[in-house]
Design a protein around this ligand. Structure first.
Ligand code: MG
Length: 245
């Protein structure tokens, strides 16, 4: 199932994508045509947990040893923007960069989850652009400022529920800037696999339904400027498209 949140006029619509329409899941039974709907981020998380270096090919590119344990940081939910929304280039940076990532959406409240029970807690998958002010990231000890501006977390276009993805560790992931391929890898290059990541994060903090864990980016990160169109495609999920303004 593909679950999305949309805006129709001033009304929020949450439902399952079916063909060229949305079957409304909250409220009276109804089918709304997809045309004319604005995509919202598919979830309203209490937090967005991001992984630092998690692709072996990206570690090689940087000449770094793979980390022994995941490096995690947070992005605020106020950074979210949906498919089709604009990424605002902040005045405070001179180097805005994209990062294509597969994101997990949690389906159950959990804490201290065992690895072999972790997948049951995942509702599904979506796509995130972990937009980063690279100059500020290098300048600051903490990455909060570099990762947290409004619109620095494009997410969507929708959630693909877990049962639709046979193996989340075999998905092609690609990023195109103005149609040109800039990142291309596969989730088989993950250093830390999803069950371990969920286990690891849940040993730190309670995960709530709708919380997002973004799984890190492959090689090829680079700059964006106003006017650019950035598309991230993950095999079996879809395309997340945004513009920089
Ligand atoms: Mg990232």
């Amino acid at each position: 199932m593909r679950l999305g949140r949309f805006l129709q006029g001033g009304r929020e619509v949450y439902g399952a994508l079916e063909g060229d329409g949305v079957r409304v899941l909250r409220g009276p039974e109804e089918r709304v045509p997809l045309e004319g709907l604005t995509y919202l981020p598919p979830v309203e998380p209490t937090k967005i947990v991001c992984l630092g270096l998690n692709y072996a090919d990206h570690a090689r590119e940087l000449g770094m040893e793979p980390p022994e344990e995941p490096i995690i940081f947070l992005k605020p939910p106020t950074a979210l923007v949906g498919h089709g929304g604009s990424i605002v280039y902040p005045k405070a940076t001179r180097r805005l960069e994209y990062e294509a990532e597969l994101a997990l959406v949690m389906g159950a409240r959990c804490k201290d989850v065992k690895e072999d029970e972790a997948m049951e807690k995942v509702l599904g998958y979506t796509i995130m652009n972990d937009v980063t002010a690279r100059d500020l990231q290098k300048r600051d000890v903490q990455w909060t400022r570099a990762k947290s501006f409004d619109t620095f977390a494009p997410l969507g276009p929708y959630i693909v529920t877990r049962e639709e993805i046979q193996d989340p560790h075999a998905l092609g992931i690609e990023l195109r800037l103005n149609g040109r391929r800039m990142q291309s890898s596969n989730t088989r290059n993950f250093i830390f696999q999803i069950p371990y990541v969920v286990h690891f994060v849940s040993e730190v903090m309670t995960l709530n339904p709708g919380d997002v864990i973004s799984t890190g980016t492959p090689p090829g990160v680079g700059p964006m400027v106003p006017g650019d169109e950035v598309e991230i495609q993950v095999q079996g999920i879809g395309v997340l498209r945004n513009h920089v303004i």
